[in-house]
Design a protein around this ligand. Structure first.
Ligand code: ADP
Ligand code: ZN
Ligand code: ZN
Length: 725
């Protein structure tokens, strides 16, 4: 036994580590970073507990080498939340702490400078710009600075790679950092639009809860003005000098929202997402920690932002699956945000047009207060009508029915825009031999490979294997290889041929690999004139497309027959979100849903009575069979080179589970994809209606799993509250 400092280290081991206090007698405080010896090297760790009684003998402990911070980097709230999170999601504590710290702060270096960062040209730099000798990023940066000093954020927005150029030009004394220029007169922000009665009621309800924990569900159809509600609440928090955190599901949504926040609020808004340069991310994080940043906008990982002076947390599109981290430390940002709000004693608003069933259950039980926005303020436009197109026994042209094509034709003839929604990339999902029935499968996944015609490639969408397209059937030698089915690429080609005078634009991961490509496309679509968009669910997310009046949804029948119990919920959310793209401006929208199953109960309820009723029916089904959110699950996933290794491990894992009649074990069973990237995959599912009992069984189980000899020959992970089985 000895007195020690307990430290979290970024290693995937299920423990914290004890060290002796530094030899030079420096005082250590929880939340500080320290440099410690680890294995043969050194690691930067975070002090979780400054004074503990270690089980270990003093002679077996090594001292902390160096204390890296004068003040703790993490405050008590974040330390508590992270400790809770590591325990709840059964992660390695060090990995949970590593999530919270931007990479640049995990280096054994002093904190970066967070003073406002401006850059300008030196006199030599001005001459260099005139001489026009520089190329590429250097030329672009000189061009940006010729009009005067610029803030680092502006440079990042205009030229993402500017720091490389700045380093080069600074070395040549052509650019330099400079003090902030005299503040320009602040542009008068546009007066906030008068809120509708519903919006006002929502703002009042949340504002009354300032200063205490209260979760709200803001249930409002697309275009009902949820963002306006967030803005009004952030303004009120600002007026009290408090910080707000707004989480959005995707970086793609951040620029639009950021513009709205900056125009309106007139205070610095920090953005945090994983695409930022590490230095920028660390600076934004530190400005939030210092309290200087009053408003933080970010994606999933921004939920770890320190908020010493928090007033409010907002989670937009709370149902979105991207809030769940699917690898490493598998946390859920919405759920973690709730835990933080409770600890900080602030209200939290979960907004969505299609709330998750988990959130709806919490609202029904009274744990969350529901605020509804039913109308679309601003314009007297009705919500889009949704019609089912029954395609049974219809002639289909490239999978498109005559009724659908007629509607497309009418819409573009009126000079309006159409979205054809197909959630499948590529040209065709299957390449089939018409002579013998062979089809191209991924040898590593045993699933069909998708034909990408533009790239002349077959690609596996599960493991990303690429292969050339064969000219002849490898099984029978016939030259009769036919693409089966329709992906976005094939629809783009077909619609281009059918409507030669109308621009056809495809929007999927392939065509928007470059971020500015997507923004450029969105800009183009703001212009007047007809257009046909073919897109995947990238387009389902809140982008404003004012000229879009027809949404045609094809190829969703697969979702009606999935074995995944969440498929119905996901399909309903997707349909409502995609339909919400239609008719956002002054024109009424129309939505066509093409299906072979017009009588399907989910589709019928959704169309007749809307998402709320469909979700209530899905919840009732879940309750009847005790599925989440009426029970709780932990999934053990494993994969291995050989089936034997996998089976041995899963059998041993099943045997190692502490016995509790309240915890049911299902499996071992194959994963939904039993083979992926050449590895065999299987799983065990733990279920219980009592969350605490589930965790009591899982905590010791996790330690036992790591100790199983067979665990060394597999990759395994635990997923608490998995959202895909
Ligand atoms: P949501 O986030 O719910 O999709 P937004 O806040 O983006 O909705 O609002 C949708 C549109 O309605 C926006 O163009 C917005 O400017 C407009 N809007 C929102 N609230 C009002 C209001 N009270 N009066 C007039 N227009 C409004
Ligand atoms: Zn063949
Ligand atoms: Zn594959």
């Amino acid at each position: 036994m000895s007195t020690a400092v307990r430290v979290a280290l970024p290693v995937p081991l299920p423990t914290l580590f004890d060290y002796l206090p530094p030899a030079d007698g420096q005082v250590v405080v929880a939340g500080q970073r320290v440099l410690v010896p680890f294995g043969r090297g050194q690691q930067v760790g975070l002090v979780v507990d400054a004074v503990v009684t270690s089980e270990r003998d003093e002679s077996r402990l090594k001292p902390v080498l160096k204390v890296l911070d004068h003040e703790p980097l993490l405050d008590g709230e974040l330390l508590r939340t992270l400790t809770w999170a590591a325990d709840y999601w059964l992660g390695a504590p060090g990995e949970a702490f590593a999530q919270a710290l931007p990479l640049a702060l995990r280096e054994p270096r002093p904190l970066p400078d967070i003073a406002e960062e401006y850059w300008q040209l030196t006199p030599a730099g001005q001459q260099e710009h005139g001489a026009g000798r520089r190329r590429g990023g250097s030329r672009d940066l000189l061009g940006l600075l010729i009009e005067g000093p610029r803030h680092a954020d502006e440079l990042t927005a205009a030229l993402p790679a500017w720091r490389t150029a700045a380093r080069r030009l600074a070395a040549a004394h052509l650019v330099e950092r400079c003090p902030p220029p005299a503040a320009p007169p602040r542009r008068q922000p546009p007066p906030p639009m008068p809120l509708s009665a519903e919006q006002r009621d929502a703002v009042t309800a949340v504002a009354e809860a300032f200063g205490r924990f209260q979760p709200f569900l803001l249930d409002g159809v697309t275009g009902s003005g949820k963002t306006e509600v967030y803005l009004a609440l952030i303004e009120q928090a600002l007026a009290e000098g408090r910080q707000s955190l707004l989480l959005v599901p995707e970086i793609g949504l951040a620029p639009q929202t950021l513009r709205r926040l900056r125009e309106r609020l007139g205070v610095p808004v920090e953005v945090l997402h994983s695409n930022l340069a590490e230095g920028d991310r660390a600076r934004a994080w530190l400005r939030a920690r210092s309290g200087e940043a009053k408003v933080v906008l970010g994606t999933r990982s921004a939920v770890f932002t320190p908020l010493p002076n928090a007033g409010l947390i907002l989670v937009d599109e709370e149902h979105d699956a991207s809030y769940k981290q699917q690898e490493g430390f598998r946390y859920h940002a919405r759920d973690l945000a709730l835990v933080r709000a409770r600890d900080m004693g602030v209200p939290i608003v979960l907004g969505s047009a299609t709330p998750s069933l988990e959130t709806l259950a919490n609202a029904a039980s009274g744990r969350f207060r529901t605020l509804r926005l039913r109308s679309r303020p601003g314009a007297a436009r009705p919500a889009p009508q949704v019609q089912i197109v029954d395609v049974r026994a219809q002639y289909l042209d490239h999978g498109l029915s005559p009724a659908l094509l007629a509607a497309v034709s009418e819409t573009v003839a009126r000079g309006e825009q159409v979205l054809v929604f197909r959630n499948r990339r590529g040209y065709a999902p299957v390449l089939l031999c018409h002579a013998c029935g062979w089809h191209a499968d991924c040898p590593r996944c045993e699933r069909p490979m998708t034909l990408h015609a533009g790239q002349r490639q077959l690609r596996c969408h599960h493991c990303d294997l690429h292969a050339p397209v064969p000219s002849y059937c490898p099984a029978c030698g016939a030259g009769a290889l036919w693409p089966q089915g329709h992906g976005t690429e094939r629809l783009e080609e077909a619609l281009g041929a059918l409507f030669p005078d109308v621009p056809v634009r495809r929007i999927d991961r392939e065509t928007t690999r470059r971020r500015d490509a997507f923004e450029h496309l969105l800009d183009e679509l703001q212009q007047d004139g007809p257009a046909i968009l073919v897109g995947t669910q990238m387009l389902a997310k809140g982008h404003d497309l004012p000229r879009l009046t027809l949404v045609a949804i094809v190829g969703v029948d697969e979702g009606l027959h999935s074995v995944d119990f969440r498929a119905g919920e996901r399909l309903a959310q997707l349909l409502v979100q995609v339909a919400g793209r239609a008719g956002r401006a002054d024109r009424t929208g129309r939505v066509l849903l093409q299906t072979h199953h017009p009588e399907h109960p989910l589709l019928r309820t959704l169309l007749a009575s809307g998402y709320g009723t469909a979700a209530a029916a899905l919840l009732a089904e879940r309750q009847a069979v005790q599925l989440p959110p009426y029970s709780h699950q932990i999934l053990l996933r494993a994969d291995a080179h050989s089936c034997d290794e996998l089976d041995t491990f899963l059998a041993a894992a099943a045997a190692a589970l502490p016995n509790d009649p309240e915890v049911q074990l299902a499996g071992p069973m194959p994963a939904p994809m039993p083979l992926r990237a050449g590895r065999h995959r299987g799983q065990l599912l733990l279920e219980s209606t009592l969350r605490a009992r589930l965790h009591s069984a899982a905590r010791p189980w996790r330690l036992r799993l790591g100790a199983l000899p067979s665990s060394r020959r597999v990759r395994w992970s635990l997923d608490v509250d998995p959202i895909d089985l």
